[in-house]
Design a protein around this ligand. Structure first.
Ligand SMILES: [Zn+2]
Length: 380
């Protein structure tokens, strides 16, 4: 049997290159989609199936939909899978569930694939089964092979976001996609992906160096984090500019690391001070303004460097992180709890009428004020 080829598509682009497409807390959809697709690729590859990424695996550009489907069509892919995460209002709500789309009309092969994937995906996410759907999406319309688009859950759901912030769930979701594809191909008894596969790793093919050993293997052998984000950091330290994880950059980085030629000491970010934050500015806007990667994964890293444990991107953690980074008191200018401030507003004594004035009255960030406002609405 000829080797099968699966076109994998993490929807949109990361790092804010696609407008919208983020959670109410500012995490990018692509980051979730990418983790699913990376895990799917690892498991498919482990089972002898070839894969191609039709999005930009670095997330730095949002590849057009026609470019994505053209690439899959030109490569002669056997199936096409696009991973997405849904949004409803863009504000937190309690809508929930997993669904898989095929193109309009009767699409027996795509529907067969969708069925195999959807049942497994529902188990992996542990969310409501919203079933198989049909829509006129470009990636399922323009592809010449059976094609599906999965919506793992709602990014603006307080229920579903818990799953998306859990890397083990996203990994399971990617493996569920791989299992569904393998079942569709009639390949049973599939093998697990290598245990060392990290969900944030770039596809193995791009990290192999032409000189034999790969940078990833080298880092692992030294017990160093081999994730793309850490390799990017190392690349900066070793003077490899504009690191995107290409094969030649990986070779250069590997050679420089082996030679021990660092251009600068690793950033001691725990003492690093960033510029002051503007009044009412959120962490994502702040990081963007000062040119720092504001993705959830980078904020998670910064949080751990600054001693914020178990970062999940909650409003209060974001405020804490902003305070620590900017060295300023953007939040908790008030020692009062959300509950105390909400009760004072309800009582109304000495409280300004307008929201912005109230926020300043308490000396808290916009995100914190939002929590107060919500509590007030519950109390009223
Ligand atoms: Zn999407």
């Amino acid at each position: 049997m000829a080797k099968k080829l699966v076109a994998l598509d993490a929807g949109h682009g990361g790092f804010g290159v696609t407008p919208g497409k983020r959670t109410p807390d500012g995490e990018y959809e692509w980051d979730f989609n990418n983790k699913v697709i990376v895990a799917a690729a690892a498991k498919l590859t482990a089972n002898g199936v070839d894969v191609i990424r039709v999005d930009d695996p670095t997330g730095r550009t949002d590849v057009g939909l026609t470019a994505r489907t053209n690439k899959a069509n030109a490569a002669g892919a056997d199936v096409y899978v696009s991973s997405h995460h849904n949004a409803n209002t863009g504000k937190w709500g309690n809508w929930t569930g997993t669904e898989t789309f095929t193109y309009l009309g009767s699409q027996p092969e795509s529907e067969k694939l969708a069925k195999e994937v959807q049942s497994r995906l529902v188990k992996a996410y542990g969310l409501r089964d919203r079933g198989l759907k049909k829509d006129n999406f470009a990636v399922v319309r323009q592809t010449k092979m059976p094609a599906i688009l999965t919506e793992g859950g709602y990014m603006d759901s307080t229920i579903d976001i818990k799953k998306m912030r859990d890397n083990s769930v996203l990994k399971a979701a990617g493996e569920a996609i791989a299992d569904g594809v393998l079942a569709y191909f009639g390949m049973s008894n599939n093998k697990p992906a290598p245990a060392t596969q990290k969900t944030d790793k770039k596809p193995a093919s791009s990290s192999k160096s032409s000189s034999g050993g790969s940078i990833v293997d080298y880092l692992k052998s030294k017990g160093i984090d081999a994730s793309f984000s850490n390799r990017k950091k190392l690349a900066a330290e070793y003077g490899v500019k504009g690191y995107e994880g290409t094969a030649s950059q990986n070779v250069t980085l590997l050679e420089k690391m082996k030679a021990g030629k660092k251009v600068s000491a690793p950033a001691k970010s725990s003492t690093k001070k960033y510029p002051a934050a503007k009044s009412g500015e959120g962490i994502v806007d702040y990081l963007k303004r000062i040119g720092v990667n504001s993705s959830f994964s980078n904020r998670e890293k910064l949080a751990s460097q600054y001693g914020i444990k178990g970062y999940k991107g909650t409003a209060s953690q974001n405020n804490q992180l902003l305070d620590k980074l900017s060295g300023s008191k953007t939040s908790s200018g008030s020692s009062k709890s959300i509950e105390q401030m909400a009760k004072e507003i309800v009582r109304g004594v000495g409280i300004p009428n307008r929201h912005e004035a109230r926020r300043k009255h308490f000396g808290i960030s916009a995100a914190e004020y939002e929590q107060v406002r919500k509590r007030v609405n519950q109390l009223l």
